[in-house]
Each structure stands twice: as C-alpha cells, then as structure tokens.
Design a protein around this ligand. Structure first.
Ligand code: 2P0
Length: 331
C-alpha cells in the first residue's frame, strides 16, 4: 500500500476593501467584478490534509467537530481536486481556526486557501500562486485573495474557463500603517450564506447592475489610493463601497439584512470618532461583525472606544499580514 501523502498549510482571513457580491458563473465560481482586499495577520486557519489509500472514505474535522453541513463544501472541493489531478486516495482533513469557534467570523477565505495549499503540497502538484488562487476560488471566492501578502486585487477575468480569475499583488503589508479592528457583535451563525445571498441579489435586486458599475469605479479609485498610501482615501472608498453593497443587499427580495443593533451602533460610533477628528472607517461583510480601518497610531484608543459600544463582545486588532504558506510537507 502506498505511503500516505500529508501536508499542513496556514492562511489568514482577508477583508475586502472593495467587495465581491455577485457571480458571472456559478459552476466555476467566477465573480462578476474584481475585488480588492487586505490579508490579515490574525484570524488564521491551519489545515492538515492526508491523502491515504487506507481510508475507506473522506474524514473532515473542522475545529474538532464532525459537522456534515460544513463538511459538505469541503468534500465537494476534495472531489474537484481528485477529478482535476487524477488522484484516487481518500483524505483526512483536520482544520482549526485560531479564532473562537462559532464566533460568527467568516472562515471560508482562510479555510479554503489553507486547504488548497495543503492539497498542492501533499500531492506535490507544484501549482503556481495564480493556479492556487484559481483552485481556492472554486471553494470560496474570497479564498482566492488569501495567497497574497498585504494588499491584493482579485481579477474577475475574461476567460470562460476561469483561468484568469485569480488574485494578484497590489502592495506589500507595509504599504500603509493600517490596523483592522474586528468588532464581534454576536457569536451566532449567519442566516443566509454568501452564495445563496448573491444568487438572490442577482435575481431580484433592481440595484444589482448599478452596484456592479459602482464597484468597477471603486476598484480604480482604491488601486490608486493604495498606491499613493492614502489611508484616509482608502477608508473613505471602503466605507462607501460597503454601504453600496449593503444597500443592494437590502433591496434584494427577500431583503438581506445582515446587521444587528450593535452593528448599527458601531457604524454610528465610527462616524462619531471621525467627527472628533480620529481617522476611522467601517466595513461590514455578509454578517453582523464590523471591521474598523484606522492608522496603527490610533488603534489602541479606537479599540477601547469600540469595546464600550453596547452589544460588542470583543474587538480583535489585526495588521496586514503574510499570504498563505506551507508549514509542513511530507508523510
Ligand atoms: C468579500 N464577501 O469580497 C465579500 C463581501 C462577503 C461580502 O466574499 O460564494 O464566502 O463562497 O464565493 O467568498 C464572502 O463570500 O462567497 C465574500 P462564495 P464567499 O469579501
């Protein structure tokens, strides 16, 4: 019997400064527009994959739990890897997040980036970073961005097969003195996942076309703002783009309302901080947590203020960080 093939990879979450909300192809998971993100140095997934001919089925352990619903996406991804690269063995996957389980923090970006890289290393596929980004995208669109250190741009691509829909470097982690303060407002899971939410938006929102046009314009503005190391402009564009995305979500039928009371209180708190002269801008994804962008020098003071907002359970301070990387390969 052949020796099991094993590798471990780590990848961090990334926060979109210009968001991805809409697909041009569901099967290949191709985004309708590009997006721009910053990879963090916190909120990390560590994933070990072992392809083993001795296994009679795939085994998936996510944060110490065997959850069939969450495992289903991982199993589909494993089947894709086997189909694409002619692999026969079943696999054991053990993935843990360094943030609290069930914290209501999205883990699909870090999780699928770490999984794609661990599969590549275990099987010795030798994929390029672009190819890894394309592969991870099939698991989750945002995962394609977590291979890039610091600031990344995801390309929507033109090719029908999706080979040019991957992330590229925009700027290194040191480009801006940025901190991302992640304010956790609830630990429960979101009601409607991103894939289903996007499908509903594409099908029903009268604003969907305008959202895509505005996002394309935001990409040009954001790229320039990052290149110029203009944190105030980065924050301003990110907050506006986030609000346009949520406006579009709210105009979906049924309406996608991802906010709770503390989410809204945090938005007001950030605006109050700005009125006081502190540089702080919010961004919110498909869930109730609020990510606040600010200068590293102001981060401690702003973190303390956010922690006082009613309904806030914790505030995690993160900086721009490295891309996904392998930490162990070999049986
Ligand atoms: C983003 N989000 O750009 C946007 C903003 C959420 C709101 O990418 O369907 O879990 O698996 O490709 O990557 C979250 O969506 O969606 C996401 P799928 P994913 O970060």
């Amino acid at each position: 019997m052949s020796t099991p093939r094993q590798a471990t990879a780590v990848a961090a979450s990334n926060i979109a400064l210009v968001k991805y909300w809409g697909k041009r192809d569901l099967e290949l998971n191709l985004p309708a527009t590009g997006s721009i993100s910053v990879t963090l140095d916190k909120l990390i997934s560590r994933t070990t994959v072992t392809f083993d001919a001795g296994l009679d089925g795939d085994k998936v352990l996510l944060n110490g739990e065997q959850d069939p619903t969450k495992a289903a996406r991982v199993l589909r991804f494993l089947d894709l890897v086997r189909r694409t690269y002619g692999v026969q063995e079943r696999a054991r996957i053990v993935s843990v997040n360094d943030f609290p389980t069930g914290a209501g923090l999205a883990s699909s970006a870090s999780g699928f980036a770490a999984l794609a890289l661990a599969c590549d290393a275990a099987l010795g596929l030798g994929l390029s970073r672009d190819e890894l980004s394309v592969l991870a995208r099939r698991g989750s669109g945002s995962a394609a961005r977590s291979f890039i250190a610091g600031f990344a741009e995801m390309h929507a691509g033109d090719e029908a097969d999706g080979t040019d829909a991957h992330a590229i470097d925009l700027a290194p982690p040191t480009q801006l003195p940025l901190r991302v303060l992640v304010a956790i407002t609830t630990r429960s899971e979101k009601a409607i996942g991103s894939t289903e939410g996007m499908r509903l938006t594409e099908a029903t929102s009268p604003f969907y076309g305008a959202w895509l046009d505005a996002t394309r314009a935001d990409l040009d503005r954001m790229r320039a703002a990052i290149k110029n190391s203009d944190l105030e402009l980065v924050g301003t564009i990110a907050e506006g783009n986030c609000l346009r995305m949520h406006g579009t979500m709210l105009s979906t039928e049924p309406a996608l309302l991802y906010w709770n009371a503390a989410t809204v209180a945090l938005m007001h708190a950030v605006r109050a901080l700005r009125a006081e002269g502190l540089g702080a801008w919010f961004t919110i994804d498909a869930g109730p947590q609020v990510k606040v962008l600010c200068d590293a020098h102001d981060a401690a003071a702003i973190q303390a203020r956010l922690a006082e907002v009613p309904g806030v359970e914790a505030v995690i301070s993160a900086a721009p960080g490295p891309g996904a990387h392998v930490i162990e390969a070999g049986a």
